[in-house]
Design a protein around this ligand. Structure first.
Ligand code: NAG
Length: 283
């Protein structure tokens, strides 16, 4: 009888029950590919070379917890003046789910750390960037305190568009300590979150940064025609974590790309993916 009542209680909150499908505390790097790539291939004129050196990408203990370190260094390497770290999830996740990353994000001249999602290799059935879509959970540049959460979609370059028009956090983030950076990516909306967590299957706490209805996004083919359905955000995306040095965006800010704040590191403690459980009455 008690069991039956518990099942009924679960059904009554069905539809918003999130189930954990990835909870990476960085015991190892088995969920990640370490990307080796010159900045010229970033599409952003970045100044670093991403290497798989343990100087740039490694696991260590921070305050007793395992953490992934992505470290930008001043170092001459393959014609570049900086090296840094970038990892991509071995498997893509979704479509849909609550993606939440706990990290300490570096601030300073020339730094462009990011926590984001992109289809594998920046390609999907809808084409290349940005027809394939891009979900930027967290980006920040230079010494400014602003954080940004952005969707890129539309056509392939140069016909990309982005949303929302005001993609800046509506509050001043604390960049000195670890925080959760998340997106709840669902068929009808994309909600960006700061310091939210899932408790008892429900997203709780935190600050809502932006809520974007699915009617705002689309993908177009090379003739400019829109694909049907929820394109481009209805296919699996990879999780990407990186610390860019220089690049088009930060170096467009006066003074940002001189006296670079390296060495600098992003410290990632936890990466989680949660999926919405199908409710009993939908089965
Ligand atoms: C490295 O620095 C030199 C001197 O400032 C500059 O000329 C060169 O373009 C830089 N290399 C890269 C790949 O950014």
């Amino acid at each position: 009888m008690v069991a039956v009542l518990l099942v009924l209680a679960l059904i009554s909150i069905s539809g918003a029950t999130y189930i954990n499908v990835l909870n990476d505390n960085f015991q190892d790097l088995s969920n990640w590919m370490v990307n080796v790539m010159p900045g010229v291939n970033s599409g952003n004129n970045e100044w670093e070379y991403y290497t798989d050196s343990p100087n740039n990408v490694y696991i260590t203990k921070v305050n007793g917890q395992n953490a992934l370190i992505l470290k930008a260094l001043q170092q001459n390497y393959q014609g570049y003046n900086y090296t840094s770290g970038k990892v991509t999830s071995v498997r893509p996740w979704g479509p849909y789910g609550f993606f939440n990353v706990k990290a300490i994000v570096p601030k300073g001249n020339g730094l462009w750390p990011a926590i984001w999602l992109l289809p594998p290799n920046g390609q999907s059935i809808y084409g290349g960037w940005a027809a394939c879509g891009e979900i930027d959970i967290m980006e920040t540049i230079c010494t400014g305190t602003a954080g940004y959460s952005t969707l890129h979609f539309g056509g392939e370059w140069p016909n990309q568009v982005s949303a929302p028009s005001n993609n800046q956090y509506p509050f001043t983030a604390d960049w000195n300590n670890a925080h959760w950076y998340g997106v709840d990516w669902q068929p009808t909306y994309m909600n960006f979150w700061y310091d939210a967590q899932v408790v008892n299957g429900v997203i709780t706490g935190g600050k809502l940064i932006n809520s974007i209805p699915s009617s705002a996004w689309y993908a177009t083919n090379t003739n400019g025609q829109r694909y049907p359905g929820n394109a481009p955000f209805n296919v699996p995306f990879s999780i990407i974590l990186n610390v860019a040095v220089g690049g088009s965006w930060p170096c467009s800010v006066s003074g940002c790309c001189s006296n670079l704040a390296v060495p600098a590191q992003m410290t990632v403690f936890n990466v989680q993916v949660w999926e919405v459980a199908q409710s009993e009455d939908q089965l």
